[in-house]
Design a protein around this ligand. Structure first.
Ligand code: DGL
Length: 259
């Protein structure tokens, strides 16, 4: 059966983080219907094994497909690293767009200075990141810092509390004033850009993969003739494996945040 342009795009992450990507997707493709699934009951993915993250990702994508998704966005760097290749070979006809740390735009920017990459331990450990660093980071000074616990802390909301800044300081405080660019290599981190600036200084420039992922989704849908009609007003729905009204309210609160 051929995919239907009027169907929806399934977007997922371990929890609230992928909502930072969803915001870019909706900006780029306002005519599309998006269904967001956060696996908050199993978050954080960054502290699981590669096999566990792959199994969770496959289960989510299977459900999206059963519901009739026309495309999938893996709005999680960790799940992209652990599962994108196996998902693409399991579903070769389905557009599956992943996200990767935005090292390319960071290294191509003039005056990028030293580049700090913040991400989960799995993302920084797996081949995808090593290939990326090898391709784009060769002539630059790239410092890769795993931030275990940070995505899990962001999952709890209350982003204005001081423990969050102190947690960020414990990972990257020693680089204050010495880096020019920060790559937010986990989709949770754009929500704490202000707190990272507080630690590293106001002059750092930030890079994340949201806008690039959205452009890639547009181009894949276009090539397959799957873009929604231009007179359609897109809708956004939220679901979570932590299926409580409070959790869905938290997702909506993150979706409403300025980035
Ligand atoms: N937001 C995810 C990422 O981009 C995963 C964070 C986590 O669950 O550890 O890597």
């Amino acid at each position: 059966m051929s995919a239907d342009p009027n169907s929806f795009i399934g977007v997922f992450d371990s929890g609230v983080g992928g909502i930072s990507v969803l915001k870019s997707l909706v900006t780029e493709l306002p005519n599309e219907n998006f269904r967001y699934f956060g696996d908050s009951a199993n978050a954080p993915y960054g502290e699981k094994t590669e096999e566990e993250v792959a199994a969770l990702s496959h289960a989510i994508v299977e459900r999206f497909i059963a519901d009739g998704a026309k495309a999938i966005v893996i709005a999680c760097n960790t799940a992209t690293s652990a599962a994108a290749p196996s998902l693409r070979s399991a579903y070769p006809d389905l557009p599956i767009i992943g996200i990767e740390p935005a090292l390319k735009p960071a290294t191509e920017a003039p005056d990028h200075g030293r580049i700090l990459v913040m991400a989960t331990d799995i993302t920084l450990r797996l081949d995808k990141y090593h290939e990326l660093a090898e391709t784009y980071g060769r002539d630059c000074e790239v410092i890769s810092v795993p931030c275990p616990g940070l995505a899990g802390r962001i999952e709890h909301g209350h982003l204005d509390e001081s423990d969050l800044v102190e947690m960020i300081r414990s990972y990257v405080g020693s680089f204050a004033g010495t880096v020019g660019s920060v790559v937010l290599g986990c989709t949770h981190y754009p929500f704490v850009r202000r707190q990272i600036t507080e630690v590293l200084g106001p002059e750092v420039k930030f890079y994340d993969g949201g806008a690039g992922t959205a452009r890639q989704l547009r181009s894949r849908l276009d090539r397959k003739g799957l873009l929604a009609p231009v007179d359609h007003v897109g809708e956004v729905g939220f679901a979570s494996s932590k299926d409580t009204p409070e959790e869905i309210a938290l997702y909506r609160e993150f979706f409403a945040r300025e980035l």
